[in-house]
Design a protein around this ligand. Sequence first.
Ligand SMILES: [Zn+2]
Length: 279
Amino acid sequence: MAFLVPATGFTQRNVGTVIDTVETEQGAVVLYRNFTWEYLGDEPVMMSLEDDSTGMFSNGWNNQQIWGFSRMSPDSVRDTVLYLTNQDHLFCIPYSGKFLRGFMYTHKGLDIRAIMGDTIRASFDGVVRYAKYNRGGFGNLVILRHYNGLETYYAHMSKIKVKVNQVVKAGDLVGLIGSTGRSRGPHLHFEVRYKDVPLDPLKMIDYDTGKLISNTFPVTKKVFYPDDYNVNAVYHKIRSGDTLGSLAHKYHTSVKEICAMNKIRPNTLLKVGKTIRVR
Ligand SMILES: [Zn+2]
């Protein structure tokens, strides 16, 4: 590792493309494509609101719509490592309840069964970017932007308890459980996004223990395109008589999910011999 120089500061951390993470006796080391590296255990870099030199809270700061970065494509997001917490910035599970539904093609967050009117808490420290009724299906929605650039979404609330541009700490009340918008009963729909790109929250949070899986979170292609790397994907070769409905039943999924995964419509003719993804 003699030819590598340590990366310093926030800017360099963001320009480095992560090529690998290796375990050493001193701890895990992240290697960047530009021949720099750093210890994962190093002092986490999290700027304060007063010191917003990177434009974290001004870049794409939009109180009117959910897209802060004009729906940025994953391809244009640079690989980086996000620090999630430190001694001053903690994590709090937004709501502990029974897990209903996870991150899928057609569902970009977690659904947690909840009791009407219960408290929903901020998962990390940050600032309220969006707090109003959303007609796209989220119902009463709060979006928080955090100091590392992540955003968290809290949807279907019965009541919003924060105002836009308000500074919040992890654990603070953001709203009350409800069933507004596209919802079939009281639950929390929780999302984590980076530059408008949804991430699987369960890659970051162990919902059973209510704790973070790790204090760092690498943002790489693998995070944004998990299906390209999904070893658990299941494919099916179409046989005579197969329908989307029968395949959905057979593979315990839905027609909607199969259509989304294969970019086809529910009325698309299934050609015998062709292979489609079913899980
Ligand atoms: Zn949901």
